[in-house]
Design a binder for this molecule. Structure first.
Ligand code: GLA
Length: 703
């Protein structure tokens, strides 16, 4: 292989081209864009004149160690413990598999380190997966202080605009933009999960280009359920370089001779069609993550958490269940509070026995009653959590994270089990097996309500436990092992992922769950904004959403029942309101919405999405196009002022639809109004909002 050879990776519509740098010591990005974008000189090629820098510092390197790249940001920092910090390697071979996969090897004989850059395309998508394998080939162990999954160079032309998802508990997935003219932008989580503060996801565009329309848009997403960091650097040459990877809890990991560390995968996506187009790339990718489970219809759920909190008793739950069944719910989930010692958030976690006081006839009797109503039954669990007063904690105090000689911090009055320990994994698997095989449970909501603090293993002072080197990765491996076990041993059980709302949403979790809970905030306007951000990164079939009683936690603005239903059926519809108090009219309306949802959920979950405007606009919506294109579903909300309507003369609000065939005809299935595709693209679908009419679900049938 000469330094000027190139390797091409081809996805459905894009090409990712890799070459070796001029002196052959590192790999560089040569092109990334639509098919054909590689035919011509590399847009990444710069003058290569470097004053006060090394050539590697200005190179669009795919992955490069500190040592070779001393100043502008390296992806790998390796050394012998106590030795010189840095690696200087040489290219030692390429193993392409056609244009669908590639492995590039780099070797540092002095350190005894082989680094393999791995690439794989995902059929049917525009995603290239990248990760790195680090092998200790020498006789002494290595210390890895930084070991990103990949670096991604984005060929922006005049500075980058970064789009990211930021927030906090109850305000997850807020879409934010920033210009990166100079310097560095960094997001991370050290909470042992993706975290509420940032999603491990980033989109990159030219700063001068509009966010939507025909704008080349690049994106990355890290598949990792633990600590992570994403760094974006404005490069000396004018492009932007993103690094993404794990953050070890201990500050570094040890790599023993003969062992290989495989980093998490970084999914790299491209769309020529702005953030909206990039969202469709991610949706397509996520629809493939769970294989055949994607085809299961997501059942309409009722969850009693917001209605009853910790006051769970069979009589109250049954009353809710009867009403839920009348409305058309297909699944009844009892949330927190069903087990012994769980009267509030100070006790019970770890002792997973149904509370006989709450279920005097036994849990099975209650489940039978729910099933007799025609609904499946589901249960909430928080398998990694333990209450200090629980029997589990009394029997196994060493299972919770703790540092000998240090006080423990309680978060939500609870501790966290060290799921990296095989005995804790076995306990969790045993507990879930027992629950799922002794009761007719079809749905499990897996929650996690606190991050790890004082992360240590009691009885194993630092340095004495070989497993201790990488507690975060061990916890993630345990978490994924249990989720994988659930899927293989209990394939009929639908799994919902949750962590105090949306703190654990990334591709490793999404590949092993059926739905996730994006936020505890169910207030209609707040929720719309959360879901708007969420849908830029994640697919509607993963987005669990409940209709609850207004006002919500932080958002007291009144909205109609229709607004709340249309908001929730934009993903996976559930009900969380205290429906015992709903009037007959409200119940009838709810039943109507649920029936309509059942009719269109296939289109919502499998369709191609266009995000029409944003909640900052007076009207916004989402368009879902059935694969094959027969039905078109549009959800729409009035999010702004009414401007005097309907008292003053004025026009209806409109949403211009996208991607339709202008020559086709579409009929509104409710009103019978007939539109041409050209009309819907050019003039838009009209909405005559009033104070009482603030949301709509429109189903258009293509003739
Ligand atoms: C977390 C979840 C909620 C609910 C409560 C129960 O906050 O996000 O949906 O399950 O725990 O304690």
């Amino acid at each position: 292989m000469t330094p000027h050879d190139r390797w091409l990776l081809r996805t459905d519509t894009t090409t990712y081209a890799v070459t070796l740098g001029p002196d052959g010591r590192w790999a560089e990005l040569a092109a990334w864009g639509p098919h054909g974008a590689e035919a011509g000189p590399s847009p990444m090629d710069r003058s290569r004149r470097t004053h006060f820098l090394t050539p590697a510092d200005a190179a669009p390197a795919e992955y490069i160690p500190y040592g070779l790249r001393p100043f502008t940001g390296a992806d790998l920092i390796a050394q012998h413990p106590g030795g010189e910090r840095g690696s200087w390697w040489r290219f030692t071979g390429a193993a392409p598999d056609g244009d669908r996969a590639l492995r590039l090897d780099f070797t540092d004989d002095v350190l005894g380190l082989r680094t393999t850059l791995c690439y794989e395309t995902v059929p049917g998508t525009d995603v290239v997966l990248r990760w790195t394998e680090l092998t200790c080939t020498g006789e002494s162990e290595l210390r890895l202080e930084r070991f990103d999954s990949a670096a991604v160079n984005v060929p922006v032309q005049a500075g980058a605009r970064l789009t990211y998802l930021a927030g906090q508990w109850s305000q997850e997935f807020q879409l934010r933009h920033m210009e990166l003219a100079r310097g560095r932008f960094e997001m991370e989580s050290t909470q042992g999960s993706a975290g509420h503060a940032y999603a491990p996801w980033l989109a990159i565009q030219d700063s001068a280009a509009p966010t939507e329309g025909a704008t080349p848009t690049y994106g990355i997403a890290l598949e990792w359920s633990g600590n992570w960091r994403i760094t974006a650097d404005a490069e000396p040459g004018g492009s932007v370089r993103i690094r993404a990877g794990r953050v070890p809890h201990e500050g570094a990991v040890r790599l023993a001779p003969g062992t290989t560390l495989t980093t998490p995968r970084l999914a790299c996506a491209f769309s020529p069609d702005g953030l909206d187009g990039l969202a469709r790339v991610w949706h397509r990718y996520e629809r493939r993550l769970t294989g055949a489970r994607m085809d299961r219809p997501r059942k309409v759920l009722y969850n009693s958490w917001e209605a009853t909190g910790f006051d769970v008793d069979a009589a109250g739950q049954l009353e809710l269940a009867k009403t839920a069944a009348e409305l058309g719910a297909e699944l009844f989930v009892v949330d927190d509070g069903w087990f012994t010692g769980r009267h509030d958030d100070t006790g019970g976690l770890g002792d997973w026995e149904p509370d006989p006081a709450g279920f005097p006839g036994g849990l099975d009797h209650f489940i039978d009653q729910v099933r007799a109503l025609g609904m499946d039954f589901g249960l909430w669990v928080e398998p990694e959590a333990v209450s200090p007063r629980s029997r589990l904690h009394a029997e196994h105090p060493e299972w919770a994270y703790r540092i000998d000689g240090r006080p423990v911090t309680l978060v939500r009055n609870q501790l966290l089990l060290d799921l990296g320990r095989p005995d804790v994994q076995d306990f969790v698997i045993g507990t879930l097996d027992r629950l799922l095989s002794s009761h007719a449970i079809s749905y499990l909501k897996w929650d996690m309500n606190r991050p790890p603090t004082e992360r240590g293993r009691p009885g194993h002072p630092a340095g004495t436990d070989p497993e201790r080197q990488d507690l975060d990765a061990a916890h993630v491996a345990g978490y994924l092992r249990v989720l994988d076990h659930l899927r293989s041993a209990h394939p009929h059980v639908t799994v919902e992922g949750c962590a105090g709302g949306g703190a654990r949403i990334e591709h490793a979790t999404l590949a092993r769950t059926d739905v996730v809970w994006p936020s505890d905030n169910t207030a209609p306007m707040d929720r719309l904004r959360i879901q708007y951000g969420y849908l830029h990164a994640h697919a509607p079939h993963t987005m669990s959403s409940w209709v609850t009683d207004a006002p919500g936690i932080f958002d007291p603005r009144p909205r109609s029942l229709a607004f709340r239903f249309v908001g929730s059926l934009a993903g996976v519809l559930g009900i969380g309101a205290d429906i015992r108090d709903w009037t007959p009219d409200q119940r009838a309306e709810a039943a109507g919405w649920i029936a309509r949802y059942k009719d269109v959920r296939d289109v919502v979950h499998h369709g191609e999405v266009h995000l029409l405007g944003s909640p900052d606009d007076p009207t916004c919506g989402i368009q879902y196009e059935e694969p094959g294109g027969h039905r078109l579903v549009v959800t729409a909300w009035n999010t702004g002022p009414l401007d005097g309507a309907p008292l003053v003369p004025g026009a209806a609000a409109r949403l211009r639809l996208r991607g339709l065939d202008p020559g086709a005809a579409y009929t509104d299935q409710d009103s019978g109004t007939r539109y041409s595709g050209a009309y819907l693209l050019h003039s838009g679908l009209p909405f005559a909002w009033t104070a009482a009419h603030d949301a709509e679900l429109v189903v258009l049938a293509r003739e």
